[in-house]
Design a protein around this ligand. Sequence first.
Ligand code: NDP
Length: 506
Amino acid sequence: MTVLVNPKALVDHAPRDFKMLIDGRWSEGTADPIERVAPGHGVVVSRFQAGTRADAERAIAAARKAFDTGPWPRMTASERSGILLKAADLIAARAEELAFLDAVEAGKPISQVRGEIAGSVDIWRYAAALARDLHGESYNTLGDGTLGVVLREAIGVVSIITPWNFPFLIVGQKLPFALAAGCTTVVKPSELSSGSTVVLGEILEEAGLPKGVVNIVTGTGAEVGAVMTSHPDVDMVSFTGSTGVGKLTMANAAQTLKKVSLELGGKNPQIVFPDADLDGFIDAAVFGAYFNAGECCNAGSRLILHKSIAEDVVKRVAALSEKVRVGDPLDPQTQVGAIITPQHLEKIAGYISGAADGGADVAHGGKALDLGRGQFMAPTILANVTPDMPVAREEVFGPVLSVLTFETTAQAIEIANAVDYGLSAGVWSKDFDTCLTIGRQVRAGTVWMNTFMDGASELPFGGYKQSGLGRELGRHAVEDYTETKTLNMHIGGRTNWWMPQTEKLA
Ligand code: NDP
């Protein structure tokens, strides 16, 4: 029996109202606000402005003006870095408020969100450091008559669109790097979990960011996001979300040839060999599958187990799954919180019943949990899954683990690569050659060896295939928000192409 922690009523919590930040002014929309019902508590916790096309256009105009004539791109990197560092300190000071908002709006466990806010502070500080190291190249090797200088210039106005599953962490993987480069921005959080991003606007104001540099427009993707991805005054779109909307974003941006950075879905395998440290792996399997209720692009949603250990491993993963604490996102003991919406819960349940109908065995869980409030799903293990089943190929985005088996290394690699995604993967073996073979042949942006879902601000993150385009984090993250300009400088008299150098011009 899974240990459950029952959600408590948020009786003392009056819904919080959020505004939008456009051109340095906090404004209300013209339409009725969007009410957010907490997925773990079943009550309205936040009200966001329902931004319109016109709001998005005003925000883009403000960002354009701030870029073309404002102080931000013209400041020294040291000045920009100072403001980013101040913002990091203010995020740390308001960590508990931010963690509460993400926990209630997205149903995430509070202890986990506290970790994400702390991680975010680290990323803001890392971006502040990179701001000061942004530089181009010089070529003093092109002969006596030429000096070449390659400049890195801020790309301009950047649209930043984020999903609901890591509201504060993901905006932090984009915005500080765009700001470090000297860009100006329009940010649209998910309509389901906008609160912490709006608070970030207050933090950036207090940190001293000039007006119009960061504009925050809340509302739906269809209304606000569509303008942000197609408007001719936007130079780049940085998007994290589903692969479907990512494709739409790219198509919209193509009309004016904007640069596009996409962080999309995943169907990430953990490949396990018989010589692996199984104790370590069992914990990583449970963590990889159920972290953030499986609503995680990096979720290790496929176990690809060597046939000889599969039965034993499934039993052990099921035994540990029993102990996972599901329940109130605000209880510090909770490990798995709520599912984002009732509709999404139905979608997850559909994947489970579809797999069972197709011949998979429900080795653990398999059902929604009634905790009296909100919507929850039991950690679920599906054994005897075959690579052709939808549950093995598509992103379920719930706490559902699919177990597949292999006999040879080549087979393991083939199964791992037989999906449209390529975000991340894990390999478990004590053998160096095995780990490196998998590491080199699995087509994924990150391959963990004898661990899973570790990360650091220094390490690039992003996907192969339909998991995305470009990389976030790492030392090149700021460069992603720049254009390259060549200054080709001639020294001394010019050599004319139409007559010998010795002839005099008439
Ligand atoms: P969606 O793609 O539905 O939404 C992402 C964002 O795009 C939201 O802000 C949404 O607005 C907006 N949007 C929706 N339609 C449009 C449109 N036509 N034009 C522009 N913007 C639009 O994803 P989810 O929010 O459901 O997030 C879950 C997905 O995110 C998963 O597939 C997951 O794998 C992926 N993800 C990827 C990560 C990565 O780094 N690779 C990390 C985290 C999540 P709104 O919903 O408010 O209407």
